[in-house]
Design a protein around this ligand. Structure first.
Ligand code: ASP
Length: 308
């Protein structure tokens, strides 16, 4: 058994580990871990009290994947629900679709009786207002929100410089590999913007026959490179875990235009190996690892790969 979570997901790790130890289905274990992170108001990139879009609204994204069935469930730009990751799981269970966004996702959440929540807090709204104050001209301030948002979208950056998301990967007692993600995406993003977290194959992928992968960082890059899927494909092609991740990092390094920045790749394989690589990371990247040979989860530093 094995669990990997990024540092932003730390508050949910003890619960996920306990569930794995109790032989719970590994996908449920990672979902229960992520729900704790979604409720954690000290984590500002996931769930409640996270960063709003440029209009001051929280639009949340999440995805899950069961590596045995390769069924997935995902939601994008979901407003007003406490646990996007649970809604994503229900998409997988109850629909023949894999991804719902916006009003459709909200309608589905309502139909299944998902728990509602006002995820915006004073803290997230005040941070957004402060940001607007610092970027709008006098003229734009008067007209807001009836201004051209394209003109201000390029300065969307995390005020804490701790851009993130939460990602979890697990192998349960049956060998099932699972992945799950949850995020508010980039702070002050253009309304409706989806990053990689709800896009299976970009932000996450799991196939119990080979491995699983999940990414954080600039989702625009991993969408273009299909990073999570390609890591698992490289594993299928016979690459070792580290080489598979490095090869995917090289694919990212080839991107020259568009939104270029940092990406962290988390990966496990079906034999229980794990590897986390920070691509062009400007700060040390930490993650949590637990294996059934370890009494409790450990915090480790990712390797860093410079492409320039
Ligand atoms: N990957 C996320 C996104 O693009 C953000 C992050 O992990 O920092 O929405």
């Amino acid at each position: 058994m094995l669990l990997i979570a990024n540092y932003e997901g730390r508050s949910g790790v003890p619960t996920a580990v306990e569930l794995l130890k109790a032989n719970t289905n590994g996908l449920r274990a990672v979902i229960e871990g992520i729900k704790i992170v979604e409720d954690d108001i000290n984590i500002h990139s996931v769930g409640q009290s996270s960063w709003p879009n440029i209009l001051g609204e929280l639009q949340l994204d999440a995805a899950v994947m069961d590596g045995n069935t390769r069924r997935t469930g995902a939601v994008g730009a979901l407003r007003g629900y406490q646990h996007p990751v649970e809604v994503a799981y229900e998409v997988m269970l109850r629909l023949d679709h894999e991804l719902l966004v916006g009003e459709g996702a909200e309608r589905f959440a309502e139909e299944i009786g998902a728990s509602k929540n006002k995820n915006e807090t004073d803290y997230s709204i005040q941070s957004w207002k402060k940001h607007l104050e610092s970027i709008l001209t006098e003229e734009q301030r008067k007209l807001f929100p009836n201004i051209n948002l394209m003109e201000i979208k390029t300065i969307a950056r995390d005020p804490e410089k701790s851009f993130d998301t939460t990602v979890y990967l697990s192998m349960d007692h049956t060998g099932r590999l699972s992945s799950a993600t949850s995020t508010s995406g980039w702070p002050w993003k253009y309304p409706g913007r989806l990053g990689d977290s709800p896009i299976i194959g970009a932000g996450s992928y799991a196939d119990s026959r080979y491995g699983a992968c999940a990414c954080t960082g600039v989702g625009e890059m991993t969408i273009r490179a299909g990073t999570a899927r390609i890591v698992v494909l490289y594993l299928k092609m016979g690459y070792g875990l580290k080489d598979a991740v490095l090869e995917a990092a090289k694919d990212l390094a080839g991107l020259r235009t568009g939104f270029i920045g940092e990406v962290t790749i988390h990966a496990i394989n079906f034999t229980g190996e794990y590897f986390v690589l920070g691509v062009n990371s400007s700060r040390p990247i930490k993650y949590l690892i637990w294996k059934d040979s370890m009494p409790s989860p450990d915090i480790r530093d990712a390797e860093i790969y410079e492409t320039k």
